[in-house]
Design a protein around this ligand. Sequence first.
Ligand code: PEP
Ligand code: MG
Length: 576
Amino acid sequence: MTFAIHGLAVSRGIAIGRAVVVASSRMEVVHYFIRPEQIASEIERARSARRAVIDELRRLQEDMPKDAPGELDALLDVHLMLLQDEALAEAIRHWISDRLYNAEWALTTQLEIVSRQFDEMEDEYLRERKADLEQVVERILWHMKGAGSPVAAPVAGAAETVADTPLVLVAQDLSPADMLQFKSKVFAGFITAVGGKTSHTAIVARSMDIPAVVGARAASQLIRQDDWIIIDGNEGVVIVDPTPMILDEYSFRQRQSELERERLSRLRYTPSITLDGQKIELLANIEQPGDGPAAVRAGAVGVGLFRTEFLFMGRSGNLPGEEEQYRAYREAIDGMQGMPVTIRTLDVGADKPLDKAQPKDYYLNPALGLRAIRWSLADTAMFRTQLRAILRAAAHGQIHLLFPMLAHRSEIEQTLAQLHQAQSELDAHGVAYGQVKIGAMIEIPAAALMVRTFLKYFDFLSIGTNDLIQYTLAIDRADEAVAHLYDPLHPAVLRLIAEVIAAADAAGKSVSVCGEMAGDASMTRLLLGLGLRSFSMHPAQILAIKQEILRADAAKLGPWALDVVACDNPADMLAG
Ligand code: PEP
Ligand code: MG
């Protein structure tokens, strides 16, 4: 039966494919594709874990004290029966050999399918057996973990080997690190039940230029493995089990958006200049050191934001050392062929946990807690390791060093003291390093309101509108329940942005916007009118923004933009 689920449109385009539903087990489960030659060993890993649990339960049964309640014995019988069920073993083999899922993924996929069958049972006793099955599966997963699972690495070219039909990933939640793991474009689209428009998971989906809908509540419960799915990333709609007529309509729309992309690609070499001759700098946001060449191909003239935290995530506390980071930063510089690279120091915390295992409620209020520069200043040894690596890389190219989430003058001074100390440490060891321009992100209202202080210390500013909106409006950017209140056009937000741009201009210092607003074509005219001349965004957005710039007269937009900022309802003026 065809039905639609509504969520938030976070990454444009249309994807049509079969659903891969990632079950949310209580245990941390890794999901990755294996290579065809690993099928046999992976099936064996699943089999031996299952055997180990059977042996364990049998031993428990044999050693059971005589006076133990009879129910306990019966319960173990049920668990053994579930474990020995050949259908379960066969299904696990199927997911491993036909889909190339790793053993843990195969097991939890089957759990999801059988759980639904249990849910549909009339008989209450049978329905309750679902909990038994979950316990059995968790025991097997524990055994697999003990046996050590191979490193979860995305397999290049897996898409070709997995299936002929495109696959779309459906999950309750995906961490930004999970998303990056699928960066080899195995999936044609993503759907998650939770998340906001500027959650980091959504940002990574956009950077991969893959259609995605987040905040599609209940998606992971309503969609079944292998269901045919249409993701409309423009409208934020997911259509499940579409009729042939609907499929035709969306295939048509898919072709239209491909044509539109082709048309835009002709602007690749056109200089980014407004009708009145203003030169506008279009920069790329990147997440990984190897993202540079794609940014250059997309027409970026530099990197405006390298989110270095992705180098640190999902490593079970085994953080990259100075040498590894140095190589990563050099790779980013080399990839940009002499153009400047803005490297932002670590910004973990809130919806970017270092490790998935870190519980979400680890902090009382993560977005307001130990995040970004606060994290770095709480672990200065780690901070200086990163600073030394960046300074050393600066000997090989133009680096702009950017600090996230500063709000206090004391933080600015501590940060700069750490930078000087890192330089002294390199001097003391006679290690070569380069000069960097230093910049601050303006992403807390306090920073925007005291921008003149920031301008005394820094060479440039970068406005992080994602957080500036979150903190000005007290809206958790990752929470779909308040996503409707996340408003880039709120007059308070616009006033802060306008003032920061004007103050930087007056001080003769450069300012850019690197939040998602910079890549939103409906905002380009307004930002140009406010005097912004540098935009940093996902490479996939660059040409659409360039098109807006080529059609705009920045001087004429000035007075209009000031009126928009001063009015009560900017959204109306922008639409009108
Ligand atoms: C921002 O807050 O706008 C920003 C660019 O940083 P991040 O999205 O990584 O928090
Ligand atoms: Mg931010």
